[in-house]
Design a protein around this ligand. Structure first.
Ligand code: FES
Length: 281
């Protein structure tokens, strides 16, 4: 059993989740994910890793409460235990000195892009962050990102913080901020990753996305997480989750991502809560 150290809502619908898992904390790196189950009957839910403390043996994730499984996670309190906390899973994000890197993130991805930005800075890169949300009250961890980035730019759909609008403004923001990235890394919801990739492709800027398909085992056995990248079938859990955003078949991915919506959101609909899609990452 794994002890919950902290579980708190940091902005509406997004939870910080810290679990004591020394074996995971010992070897986790930026880009990895874990698979958790809130109880013996809960589904296996993949969560991106957002931070860790190797000495204390703890691992932090940020997850969005969007379905029945994440609703159970959101009800956990410090001191509770969970039966499954498997990881670190997936390949870590490739880190080297690329030059200037822009980290783009929204939703839970603001959390998971933090260790990526930290590792990039440690490798000698000039790191900038662009974080997006519907409104300013949904942004978080700006302070942590500011510690490891040259600049942290906000983008909100209602214009309450930073630039007003959404990811399609990315090329314009690069010009206005005078950022010339050699690489862009995007973490967050599918829409943000897809739109960012579509903006950067004609600009010729290499763009890595941290894919978030439905997963079951997380070890390449079930095939549920498959996606097409560059015409080849890949398993996000073992071949990724990082992939070239310009090579992902986004249309197919979106269709597969929605496959389990009815099952996952049914408990919330019954309880009167609204939900759009499944999974916490
Ligand atoms: Fe089963 Fe990836 S989650 S193969």
């Amino acid at each position: 059993m794994y002890r919950v150290i902290e579980r708190r809502m940091i902005v509406p619908n997004l939870h910080e989740f810290i679990v004591e898992a020394p074996a995971v904390a010992e070897s986790v790196e930026a880009g990895n994910f874990v698979i958790v189950r809130p109880d013996e009957f809960g589904e296996r839910t993949p969560l991106s890793v957002a931070d860790w403390d190797r000495e204390a043996g703890t691992v932090t994730s940020i997850f969005m409460q969007v379905g029945g499984s994440t609703a159970k996670l959101a009800a956990l309190k410090p001191g509770d235990t969970i039966p499954t906390y498997a990881g670190p899973l997936g390949k870590e994000t490739e880190i080297e000195n690329f030059g200037t890197v822009l980290c783009v993130a929204g939703c839970y991805g603001i959390g998971s892009i933090y260790p990526v930005a930290r590792a990039l800075k440690a490798a000698g890169n000039k790191v900038h962050a662009l974080i997006e949300a519907r409104s300013s009250f949904l942004l978080y961890w700006e302070d942590k990102l500011e510690e490891v980035c040259e600049s942290v730019v906000s983008l909100t759909r209602d214009g309450t913080a930073g630039y007003k609008g959404h990811i399609p403004r990315l090329d314009e923001i690069l010009t206005l901020e005078k950022i010339k990235p050699d690489l862009i890394i995007v973490n967050g919801c599918t829409f943000v990753m897809m739109k960012a990739s579509k903006v950067t492709q004609p600009l010729g800027i290499k763009t890595i996305v941290n894919m978030n398909p439905i997963m079951i085992d997380g070890t390449g056995m079930c095939g549920v997480c498959r996606l097409t990248v560059g015409g080849e079938t890949k398993f996000a859990c073992v071949d990724g989750p990082d992939f070239d955003g310009h090579a992902v078949d986004w249309e197919e991915f979106l269709k597969r991502r929605q496959t389990y919506n009815p099952e996952e959101t049914q408990p919330l609909r019954k309880s009167g809560c609204a939900s759009r899609h499944s999974g916490g990452r």
